[in-house]
Design a protein around this ligand. Sequence first.
Ligand code: IPM
Ligand code: MN
Length: 377
Amino acid sequence: MRTAAYEIALFPGDGTGPEVLREGRRVLDALAEGERGRWNLTDYLGGGQYYQTTGREVDPESLEAARRADAILLGAVGWPGATLPNGDLAGGALVLGLRQSFDLFANVRPCKLYEGVRHRISGAFQQVWTPKNVDLVIVRENTEDLYAPLRGRLKRADETELTVDTRIITRKGAERVIRHAYELAQHRPQGAPEDGVKRLTCVDKSNVMEGCRFFRETFDRLGPEYPEIERDYAYVDAFTQWLIRNPEHYDVVVSTNLMGDIITDLASVLQGGMGFAAGGNLGVDHGMFEPVHGSSPKHAGRNVVNPFATFFAVEMMLRWLSERHHDDSLTRQADRLERSIAGVLRARSAQTYDQGGTVSTSGAGDRIVEAIRGLAA
Ligand code: IPM
Ligand code: MN
């Protein structure tokens, strides 16, 4: 077990980001009680609101600290009116910027419906589904595709005449994210809820696009190295209906960046909504973990948003650190956190407004902290 403290850089960011990250910090503090010096948590400023007051999205020293940290936990960025002169989202340096500059090539987004949580597919279906139906992970490529910063606008006499976004799929980019997904499928013990089969589904549009054809070829080329994983295929348009009709079929899913962006929001309705959706942006040397919901300006400062996505982001971070540093004590802490979360959800004692409840953000945090204290490390 590693004895040095883990350095964790917290970027609360904009809107409700600071509110959920405050609860994330309390969870980490509760897990470390009685175990002095497990981790050092340091807050750094940055985001759209920071840009509005300082003219900088984030300070270079903060980015340097993030580079040195063992892991990064991000709240959310984005604020109405906070835009860079070129039209980009101010604060994007912390999301898209870090994905590129720290080469965080795999965006891993688990989608599991816990007992006691209502999925968010309208009325009649509420609560029909359980974790027996929804337990999958979507792995999204995170550095290329239409997100490659290769775009532009051509103006003539101040009139926009033409815009270009470039879709890039490289051998290296496809290979490393697909490998990551195969390895994840290998390590998930349970396989798909439907039949227990370890399955990796490649979601693309290879019936039309060359980059997708290459992505799928790469998926097939690497497949024989993972003989115990069933290879499965879906065009993204068909996938959107199959995912909702038959989520139990899916175990691990891999896709390109923009399609991954879209299908992960869609998948979140199966797990209770964006309030439960967490993501890990993983590279070789760095990992950044975040609730996926964004800064939610209309709820900012009201202590009402759902902090569970942040709790799941903390859990992912602990598992990732545990694996990197061969530190089983962190797996035990992640297990303890997951059991605490599952217990509170099952008891429906921390339902925020999005689940039809009246519990506040910090009230939900209180329930989790109590549950953690009730479970031995
Ligand atoms: C996400 C977000 C980001 C993305 C935005 C905030 C740029 O939607 O993390 O999914 O498009 O990747
Ligand atoms: Mn998104």
